[in-house]
Write a protein that binds this ligand. Sequence first.
Ligand SMILES: N[C@@H](CCC(=O)N[C@@H](CS)C(=O)NCC(=O)O)C(=O)O
Length: 252
Amino acid sequence: MEYVSVAEARDLPGLRLALSAGTPGPWGEAAKAVLGLRNVAYVPVRQHIMAANEELVEWTGARNAPVAVYADEPAVSGWIEILMLAERLGSGPSLLPEDELERMLALGISAEICSPGGFGWERRLSMMNPARTLASDGKDFMTRAYGVRADAVAPATTRVIAILKGLARQLESQRNAGSDYLVGNKLTAADVYWACFALLIAPMPHESCPMSPEMRVVYGNITPEISAAVDSALIRHRDMVWERHIGLPMDF
Ligand SMILES: N[C@@H](CCC(=O)N[C@@H](CS)C(=O)NCC(=O)O)C(=O)O
């Protein structure tokens, strides 16, 4: 993927999206996927992973990725704000169901995957080594922003497992009702978020996801308890969403 610098991006019109260049961050991949599925064009902007990103902070108020800036509107960095932006600016099938209860379910499942206390945040805690992270100078923003504490790891693993089991139960009940999707009968944001966040326990093969070997080890290094909670249907669902809807190979 071709990135422009923050300095270049600031004067461009339309939508600019800051992403951790070279790494498939799940929130970033999900932002790209929802914008792509809604046919929203954007200019990728380089964010440097785990660095201070002073120019990005100065422009948007955010240090990490993704951050979306549309025209002269305020920057947005939360998954739900980026989803709502994609819904507003985009065209084609919506990623949210029309039926209000189904919409609530799709957004609830998405929050369990993407929000603080959800799968991504808790998996990040379960994959960080708090002893090392807490000791490393200059990475204080990582520990404070992402809630890394020595006592956070065990509960994080419990949450990751609970969410994996909940998603597997939902997929099974949907399959029994004749649907390939997590909610209703068509693709919603919940499917897209699961496909992108599944990277954090099961990165796809190199041909589909050409990430660095070091990052692949970090993402794929799961405990036996988490591994036991990964129903094969979750991985099949991930693959179906990427193959049928988002498109492969991933480009970051
Ligand atoms: N702001 C996002 C979360 C973004 C996030 O956690 N980004 C991480 C993972 S993609 C990141 O940028 N990590 C690299 C860094 O901190 O430099 C949200 O609240 O929905």
